[in-house]
Every structure is written in C-alpha cells, then in structure tokens.
Write a protein that binds this ligand. Structure first.
Ligand code: ADP
Ligand code: MG
Ligand code: MG
Length: 920
C-alpha cells in the first residue's frame, strides 16, 4: 500500500530534505531539521501525491489516508504527551500548506486547531492563563473562518471582517494593541466571530476537533487551485501537477506571555548579502504577527541583549544550518516560555545584490565551489545590478527642498519613480495604460501579487523587513520601502497624509529602496555601479564593491561557458559598451540603421526612388564613402573581434517619406516632380511587407546595392587593416530560403572582395554566410551550407514565419494565448524550442552534415534570454548574439548551461538542483 503520511518528531523523521517533491519544501525541511537534532515540534506531512489524487478524483482522498492520519496523530500525541480533543490535556496543531517550491503566503496556515469551548475551558484550567487560551482561540476561529469557511474581504478597498470586529472591540475598550485586550474581551471576540461566520456564510463553526482537522486539510488542498496560487505559479513557472503537501504540527505558543515570543530571520542579510544575522521578533506573539505588521517587531540584535541565552542558541542553529545546507537560510522560530523551537527553514530569497555577494562570499568561505556559485545566480538577476540608482546630488537637492516625505525600511534596493496608486488592480490597470506606478498599501497580501509585479516600486506603511511586501519585492527584484509608519493611508479616498502633506492617487513619488527614503515628485536617476565602472568610467573598480563581485562572477562564467557571446550593435559606441560587458564580437550589425545617419537618408531615398540603373548607381556612389566610414568605425571599435554585417534587409518603403511636405522637398532635391515622387512611394506599398520585397530579394533585384555595401565593407577592412588592426568581416545575407538566392549574393560579395584586394594590393580574411529565418532555409540547410560559411538564426523572423504569426499584430491574441497556456511564454521573447527550436536543430544537423566547420549563431532577441541561450548551447551553436545590456546575462546563462550538461561529478546536490531548472 502506498505511503501518504510521513511523521517527524523526537529526533527522527521519515522524510528528509531531498524529498521536496513528495513532502513539499516545508515538510522536507521540517524532517531534515528534526534529523539534525534541532528542536522541532512533532508533526506529520501529508504528501503531494494526496493533492494529485484529490484533483484527479473529484476532490476526494485515497481510501487509506484517514487511517494513516489517525496513526500519525497518535504518534504526535505520544511525543507531546497530550491528546487531540481532550479537554483535560489537549493537543493543538497547526495545519500548514507547503508546496515543492516555496510560494510565500500563497496558501494559508491555520493555527491552534483543536480548540472549542470545552477544550478551551480545559486548557484554562491546565495553564491557568485564560488570556493566552482565549487569544489562541479567537485567532483560531478567525483563521478558520477566513481560510476554511471563506469569510474574507470581497472588494479591494474592504477591510477584513474580523479585523472590523477587533477594531470595534478595541475602540470600545479604548485600547490600541491587540495585546491590550483582556481575556474577557477575547472570549467576546470568539463569540462575535462565530456569529459573523454564521451570519455571513450560513455555516456553523465546527466544534468537533476531528471535523476541524479535515475541514482544514481540504481547505489547504483546495487552495492549490485558488486564483492567487494559480497566478503565482504562472509567474514563477511552477507546474500545476506538482501539488502541495500539508503539514500537521503540534503547536508551540509564542503568545503565552512575556517569556514567549516568535520571530523570523535570515542567516545573512537578504537585502545586502552581508554575513550578519538578520531578523525580527516579537514577544508575546504568535505566527504571522511578526510579518503582518500589526505591531512593529524588534530587530534580532535586540534579542541578544534582552535574552542572551535564547539568542546564543539561535545563533548556534544559524551556523549549523548554514554549514548543513551550505546556503543562506530563512528561518521561523518560536519561544514558548523560555524554550526555543524551530518551525521552518528554507533557502532564503534574496536580492540580486545579495545573491551575488553571498555566492561570492561562500566561495571565499569554502562553503561552495565557483560552479555552485554560478548555479545560484539566475541570469536575469543581473538585470538588477545594471538598473539605475538615484543621482545622489539630485536626491540631496530634493531632500534639502523639503521633499523627503518619510523614511521606511530599505526592503528592496534600487531607485524607482512612479505615480501613486493605492491598490493592486489599479496598479495593473495603470501599467496597462503605459503609466509608471508605485503601489502604495498599508500592507500587502498575496492578493496583490499581480499589482506588485506591475509596479516600479512598492511602498507600505506597516510590516518589517520580512513582511510580505519585502519578501515578494525582493524576489521580483522590485524596489520596496516597507514599514513606513508615518504614512496615513486612506483607501477609501485614495489619498495618504504624511508630515502635513497630502499625496493623492496619480501624484509622482520616488522611492529609494536602498535607504528607505520616500520622496515627493520625480528624482533623477543615475547608472548603476557596474555601469559607472564599465561604461561611463566615472568610478574606479576598487571603489566599487558591487562591481567587484559582478566581475568575479563573470570571470567564473567565462571559465566554464562554451558558447561565445556576441552583441547586436551598429554604432561604434554601442559596440564599445558591449565589449565592456564582455562581448566577443558583433553577431548582427544592421546596416539599415546606418542609412538614417548624418547625410545618408537623402542619397538613400534617391537610390530607392530612382527609376533606372544610372541614377541609382549615382546615389549609391554617394552613399559608398559614408557607409565605408561607418564600417571603419565599427571595425576600429571591435579591435580585431569578428563582425557580422547584414546586407540591407527591410522593405524599402521604410526609408521613404510618406507625408506630402517631405515628399515635395525630396522632389525638389532630386529635380523631379512631386507627383512622380508620390507615385513611386505609392508604388512601394505592399500588403504584407514582412513577406514582401525585402531581405536578399532587394539585393537580387538591385545587385548594385549589395555591390556598394560589399565594397564599403571591404574597403573599410583594407583601410583598418593597413593601420595594423585585425579585421574579420562576416557578410550575412538575410532571408535566404533557397540556395540559389545565397549563391547569387555570395557571388557578388566574393567578386567585390577580390576586386578590392587587387585594387588595394592586400589580402584580408572574410566569411560569407546567411541568416536562417524562413522555414525553407532550415529545411534545405544542407544545400545552403554548400555556399554558406556560417548560419545565424534570425529567430524573430523565424518565429513569425514558423508560427505564421505576425509579431507586429500578435499582441491581441498572444497575451491571451499565454494566459491560456497555449504557448508557455511569448514565443517572441522565449524561444519556442519545440517548434522553432526543432527547425534550428535540423538546420544545424543538415548544415554541418555537408560542412562540418559551419559556424552557427543566433542573432534574434532570444540570444539574450536565459532559457533560449541554454537551448542554443544544447544544440551546439558556436555563439549567441544579443543587445549590449544582455551580454552579461548571456555569459552567465551560457556558463550555467555548460555546467548543467557537464556530468555532475559526485555532487548529489547538483543533480537535484538541475531538475527544476529544466522545467522553465
Ligand atoms: P507560511 O508558509 O505562510 O510561512 P507557515 O505554515 O509557515 O505559513 O505558518 C504561518 C505562521 O504560523 C508562521 O509564523 C509559523 O511559524 C507559525 N506556525 C506554524 N505552525 C506553528 C506551530 N505548530 N506552532 C507555532 N507556530 C506555528
Ligand atoms: Mg501564510
Ligand atoms: Mg512560514
């Protein structure tokens, strides 16, 4: 018979850390902590297979489950020397969800389960602490009412109905904090809560503990399919079939009085990565009090002063956990009457800054290898390092002129400026309209997740460094200022008051997530430290600690990657930036951008509108020296690195003016009539320009264009080479679907190369190749490779033509497509490996079959997208090419791809890590 329930307690557990797929992250780590002798209250985990069964069988359980739960509960009772439902000596439990990947706050936990009027009275007798008992009881009824019976706010501006009752009670008693309420008040609350539940849901609150337990279990399994869980899974690529596990654990109480408390902590600073114990706690509190922001928690350093014995124990556990897991951990603990208990640990979420610092530091501490360090940094996290920070001078001016509104906690570093909105749906809606927004909330909750994603920055009035807002912001890489208690936010009027000022919806504010400052209006930003060192050269590397870490990671990445990384650039300054970011060549130089440059668009238009060869050649002759100069600039900037230049590609109508005044001016310039110009421009109109007269088709019909471009390239090559700089041009013919197209164009290129060499009395190396961007090109790659010396996948066009989807018209249906999971991601952003990828693989196999030395790269947008880079590695491309700012990302992605397919030598951990990443 299949085992569904796994016990942990009294120093031994049936599960372990490696069993996350079955036990969920929380359950597996509770088991692991039990096994390494940390103080964990006993409990059991119901496996994710039950969740799968539940949904495969009309929300019902495996037949053997009830028996297993009963048996496990017995074991817990033995361990805790208390009995579930027994008024004389009751065992209370928590019911906690826990999926394989942590989904912060996605599913709700129920605490103090097992209480009813009789049990509560019994517990009062036993503990002599009625306040504690009825505080626990009212919390339980509230959580059960919310999570299991569904009594929660329906409208976005509404307050939790239970909170309303509590507020009314506090007002009636004239107190401010929950802790100021008396035991009698709590008894009242329990009654009022139950009444509200009955009134609003029609259900009675269940008094039978066993019924409570099964109600809670169903609610947790049911929550796997709630909207916010689904939204979260979509955002983080968590497959639905994983399911969630449920943990039932005996309660320990942080709300027993001033010798009890609860807290959360990180073994290192999750925002900066500093190797310091970082966390918050509250005495006489339970569960989520610390993160919910109702009371402001104390920093963990305070515990060292107030309760050194517990602090010492906790700090020892911190070190034990880091050694054992070899990572920064996020922990939950509770102190019950002076005894410390561990309630959770997991690998801690961190900012990109922290991820990099911790990875680099842990290599230094010999906790992990450089390879592991690379595997711990998601390539996209590097984006955060490249993001702007506030210009300090600008900020100083803003502060001096009284625009500092308030100061909160620096929960998510970086700089953000946007317009204030007060709820998540508004954030989403404004963002859709193209606005930059700062989501401003009293506190955030999991329902806000999409709005948080839409916001530039997140500002909350309550909550600490480990509040929901702070955690989620860090994971998303959002700027966040949390716990800004001076803000008086009024959801109803969509305003906030602070220091005598009123900020309304739509007003601009700026957040400094690195310092926690909130400023009125916009504040100018400035490039990140990495950019200041690499690009602007305004900062010395030795004064830039963030840059230094970046550089070490990049150094390790370069050590292990096999893919070369190139960039898409067509200007010398862009090329230099890309080289600073580590580009090893240009993979796509689009010559058409050059035609819009100084003095070029005129002759270009004349060339296009010429009706015979001679005037066309005359115009091209005027373009030649200008274009040659462009190439000289690029070759010089790239200093010997390979440069792939694509011959003209876009439809010609993109270069000509469409408005009458501009056409009249052009007519004057060309000495022909306006009507003629107008007529010829009209003649260029196409119904489907992306499939029209463009790409190599232009060069085939107007060979003199290819001739001029080739000449410009080769004369530039000869000139630069004469100055002692190595040059390696690679001429790339676009949109080839038939080998004869390429043969035609390659013939011109090679002829001109020979001519230029002869004229200049020199020799230079060059290659002629093609883009593979229409399916016929891929299908006949074996023919094409007889002429081409290299292939470069133009995956933008190849995606359009393979899917039969016009990128420019796709937004209307592609976004819903992704929502419906027809495509897992926008295929123009993340390579469609199954379809487009198959064509690529086929093209490489066929091409290398006839030309084993064929060089293969990619120059579409996908060349800088991590999962696509990994794919390019797997199909044995030689290089990827992407925009300059994505070069660091591609370097890291390429290294991670190489490490992922290297046989993992004796490292079990690594094999385990690899699996989830493949899911992306
Ligand atoms: P989440 O996944 O949202 O963190 P948890 O299951 O960890 O939810 O529980 C929410 C809160 O309740 C946490 O603060 C946790 O420490 C606390 N908690 C859970 N189980 C117990 C327990 N058995 N005793 C005391 N506190 C508990
Ligand atoms: Mg929770
Ligand atoms: Mg937790």
């Amino acid at each position: 018979m299949k085992k569904y329930v796994y016990f942990f307690g009294r120093g031994r557990a049936e599960g372990k850390a490696e069993m996350k797929a079955l036990l969920g992250g929380k359950g597996a780590n509770l088991a692991e902590m039990t096994n390494i002798s940390l103080p964990v209250p006993a409990g059991f985990t119901i496996s994710t297979e039950v969740c799968t069964h539940y949904y495969a069988n009309k929300r019902s359980y495996p037949r053997s489950l009830a028996g297993e739960v009963k048996a496990a509960l017995k074991k817990v009772e033995l361990g805790m020397k208390a009995k579930f439902g027994d008024p004389k000596n009751p065992l209370l439990v928590s019911v906690r969800s826990g999926a394989r990947a942590s989904m912060p706050g996605m599913m709700d936990t129920i605490l103090n389960l097992g209480l009813n009027d009789v049990v509560a009275a019994g517990l009062v007798k036993r503990t002599g602490n009625p306040r504690f008992v009825y505080d626990s009881y009212r919390r339980f009824v509230q959580m059960y009412g919310d999570v299991v019976l569904g009594l929660k706010p329906v409208h976005k501006d509404e307050i939790d109905p239970f909170e309303l009752i509590i507020e009314a009670k506090k007002k009636q008693r004239g107190v401010h904090l929950d802790t100021d309420l008396s035991a009698e008040d709590m008894v009242d609350l329990v009654g009022l809560f139950k009444k509200a539940i009955k009134e609003k849901t029609g259900h009675d609150f269940p008094e039978d503990p066993m019924a409570q337990l099964w109600g809670a279990l169903s609610a947790v399994f049911g929550s796997w399919m709630n909207d916010r869980a689904i939204a979260y899974r979509r955002m983080y690529d968590i497959p639905e079939w994983w399911g969630t596990a449920v943990n039932v654990q005996s309660m320990v109480f942080g709300n027993m009085g001033e010798t009890s408390g609860t807290g959360v902590a990180f073994t290192r600073d999750a925002a900066t990565g500093a190797n310091e114990f970082y966390g918050e706690y509250l005495m006489n509190a339970q569960g989520e009090d610390v993160v919910a922001g109702i009371r402001t928690p104390l920093p963990i350093s305070e515990l060292a002063v107030k309760n050194p014995v517990i602090y010492k124990q906790l700090n020892k556990i911190r070190l034990t956990l880091e050694k054992h897991y070899r990572d920064m951990m996020d922990i939950e603990f509770t102190i019950q009457d002076g005894t410390l208990y561990m309630l959770q640990c997991r690998v801690g979420k961190r900012t990109a800054f922290a991820a990099i610092k911790i990875a680099v530091d842990m290599v230094g501490e010999k906790l992990i290898s450089d390879k592991e360090a690379l595997q711990r940094i998601e390539p996209d996290q590097l984006n955060q390092l490249l993001r702007p920070v506030f210009d300090l001078k600008e900020k100083e001016i803003a502060v001096k002129s009284g625009r500092l509104l308030a100061k909160g906690l620096n929960a998510g570093p970086g700089a953000a400026t946007g317009r204030v909105v007060f709820n998540a749906p508004d954030a989403e809606a404004w963002k859709k309209k193209g606005e930059l927004v700062v989501l401003t909330r009293i506190e955030t909750s999991p329902e806000d997740i999409k709005g948080m994603d839409a916001a530039e920055g997140i500002l909350t009035a309550r909550g600490g460094m480990t509040s929901h807002a702070a955690l989620v912001a860090r994971q998303m890489g959002k700027v966040c200022v949390a716990g800004c208690s001076e803000l008086e936010i009024d959801y109803a009027t969509h305003t906030m008051r602070v220091r005598g000022k009123v900020v309304r919806e739509g007003d601009w504010i700026s957040l400094d997530g690195t310092t926690g400052e909130v400023l009125e209006g916009k504040v100018a930003t400035k490039p990140s430290e990495v950019l200041q060192v690499l690009i602007d050269k305004t900062l010395d590397a030795k004064d830039a600690p963030v840059y230094q870490q970046y550089a070490r990671i990049m150094g390790w990445a370069d050590r292990y990657r096999r893919l070369k990384i190139r960039t898409n650039a067509d200007q010398p300054d862009q090329s230099l930036n890309a080289v600073a970011f580590g580009a090893e060549g240009i993979g796509l130089c689009r010559t058409e951008h050059m035609f819009f440059g100084e003095g070029k668009i005129g002759p270009m238009r004349e060339m296009i509108l010429a009706d015979t060869v001679d005037p066309r050649k005359a115009a091209l002759a005027r373009l030649l020296p200008l274009q040659r100069k462009d190439f000289e600039g690029i070759f010089e900037a790239m200093d010997g690195r390979p440069v792939t230049i694509r011959t003209i590609d876009p439809p010609l109508h993109e270069f000509v003016p469409h408005e009458e005044p501009a056409q009249r001016q052009l007519a004057k310039q060309m000495g022909i009539s306006y009507e003629k110009v107008h007529q010829r421009v009209e003649g260029l109109h196409e119904f489907n320009p992306m499939l029209g007269f463009r790409g190599c088709r232009l060069g085939i019909i107007f060979p003199e264009i290819t001739e001029m471009q080739s000449r410009a390239i080769f004369e530039a090559a000869a000139n630069i080479q004469a100055r002692g700089i190595k040059v390696e041009p690679e001429i790339m013919i676009p949109l080839v679907g038939n080998v004869k197209e390429l043969a035609d164009q390659a013939g011109i290129v090679r002829r001109v190369a020979a001519e230029v060499m002869k004229e200049k009395g020199t020799k230079f190396k060059y290659l002629v190749g093609t883009m593979i961007e229409v399916p016929r090109g891929a299908l006949t790659a074996d023919e094409i490779a007889t002429v081409a010396e290299f292939f470069s996948f133009g995956t933008n066009d190849l995606t359009q033509t393979t899917l039969g989807v016009s990128r420019d018209d796709a937004a209307r249906f592609l976004i819903p497509y992704v929502e419906k999971e027809i495509y897992p991601k926008d295929p123009f952003e993340v390579l469609d490996q199954v379809g487009v990828g198959q064509l690529m693989k086929m093209a490489i196999d066929k091409g290398r079959g006839v030309n084993p030395d064929l060089k293969v790269g990619i120059c579409g947008e996908h060349g800088g997208e991590p999962s696509s880079v990994e794919f390019c590695h797997r199909i044995n491309q030689n290089y990827v090419s992407c925009s300059p700012f994505r070069v660091p990302i591609a370097r890291l992605a390429a290294a991670r791809a190489a490490l992922a397919d290297a046989p993992a030598k004796g490292s079990k951990k690594r094999a385990g890590k690899k699996a989830p990443r493949r899911k992306r």
